[in-house]
Design a protein around this ligand. Structure first.
Ligand code: GMT
Length: 378
């Protein structure tokens, strides 16, 4: 198949899912055409089946705001025509789904029928999408896509409750590539981070408000008073400066390391004992799954789709959003009992295996094949 993938080029979340999906499809022999405003973060190698098309912005002085959606739609029209795409898969509804629909309508006038698959990822529904400034366009785009998928049952339910949806939504969970995410021996990392055998806690995200990173710092402040420990913060974003101040105010700044954006997160996860995820909303929690694949149990909130990944009392513990005391208590339960911690580490890996890429990829291929069959039938 010739598959177009429209995505954000980001380090985490929907951008990573789209990129990893495209790479896996290419490995199976499909031709994959990525369309994005810059090279996706995990697409930095040569593969004869992978193509990248940059959406370059032409800024006319009249525009205070560049009409990205128009530029993207025009780019999609061109790429579909030139590369004879069979299907277009857009990740994150805003503005990818509406741009794709505009392109689809233009292509129809040229006698080309391109099926659109829209994958909903989270904030396009739970945070941004339901805002009245976006809602009508998001509803329309979902209802007029040829197929719609969501990354968790929770996100599917949120979509039905926040929008007027007439379309079936198929849940296809996020996935993990075990050839990459595997716990590795990194003794020199351990020596550098925790030279006195301290426990290592970790969080990775885009440091947005929705992640409630202040809860992570507060949990760590309680934990580190009772158990010698270190906290690694991976990623960057708008909350970082305020979080740095909080680590000083709580007297834990010596024990917290801000690592910034990292490419090889699996190497860092490999030396960690606990992953913290305190989000207000989280449709899936891919970062937690990546940690679990590296045998790191998860202390998290019970928001959104997190319970579909982190099983309470098995792979980690769930608490209500903002319940710092409970999260700290749960972290201490695991960190103070090595035998229990080891059991949870093994459980985390076993649960992560349910999301192995080889099990999930065929579900997307089936969505594409069903649409192609319908297209032929028309
Ligand atoms: O978490 C973010 O803020 C990034 C966001 C995105 O769309 O890039 O992540 C969302 O999609 C991920 C991949 O499907 C999910 O694992 C995240 O849970 C989801 N984030 C939220 O729902 C907040």
């Amino acid at each position: 198949m010739n598959i177009g993938i429209v995505c954000y080029p980001t380090f985490g979340g929907s951008g990573v899912v789209a990129t990893e999906l495209g790479k896996a499809l290419a490995a199976k022999g499909h031709n994959v055409h990525f369309i994005s405003y810059s090279q996706p973060a995990r697409l930095d190698f040569f593969n004869p089946n992978i193509f990248f098309h940059e959406v370059s912005i032409y800024k006319y002085p009249l525009f205070e705001y560049v009409p990205y959606e128009t530029i993207l739609a025009s780019k999609i029209v061109d790429i579909v025509k030139q590369n004879h795409l069979d299907v277009l898969h857009v990740h994150y509804a805003i503005p990818h789904a509406s741009a794709a629909l505009m392109a689809k309508n233009i292509l129809a006038e040229h006698g080309i029928n391109i099926p659109i698959v829209t994958t909903l990822h989270g904030t396009d529904i739970t945070l941004v999408g339901k805002d009245p400034t976006y809602e009508p366009v998001v509803s329309y785009s979902i209802n007029h896509s040829d197929a719609v998928t969501a990354v968790s049952e929770s996100l599917k339910n949120d979509t039905y409750s926040n929008f007027h949806i007439t379309k079936p939504i198929t849940v296809i969970p996020n996935f993990i590539d075990f050839t990459r995410f595997v716990r590795q021996k990194k003794e020199h990392f351990v020596k550098a981070i925790a030279p006195f055998g301290e426990k290592i806690l970790v969080h990775t995200s885009n440091f947005r408000k929705v992640k409630r990173i202040e809860d992570i710092i507060n949990v760590f402040a309680i934990v580190s008073k009772q158990i010698p420990s270190k906290l690694l913060l991976i990623g960057d974003g708008p909350e970082r400066a305020h979080i740095e101040v909080l680590t000083r105010e709580l007297g834990v700044c010596e024990k917290v390391t801000f690592l910034g954006k990292q490419e090889q997160i699996e190497e860092i996860l490999s030396v960690c004992d606990l992953f913290l995820l305190t989000s207000e909303t989280e449709s899936f929690g891919l970062a937690a799954l990546e940690a679990m694949a590296c045998q790191v149990p998860v202390i998290s909130s019970n928001a959104g789709g997190i319970p579909e990944v982190n099983v309470h009392g098995v792979t980690g513990f769930l608490s209500n959003v903002g319940d710092i005391e409970d999260m700290a208590k749960n972290a201490l339960t695991l960190l103070s009992n090595d035998a229990l911690l080891n059991t949870f580490k093994a459980n985390a890996l076993a649960k992560a295996k349910e999301f192995e890429i080889d099990k999930i990829l065929p579900k997307y291929e089936k969505v594409y094949e069903d649409l192609l069959r319908k297209k032929v039938a028309i």
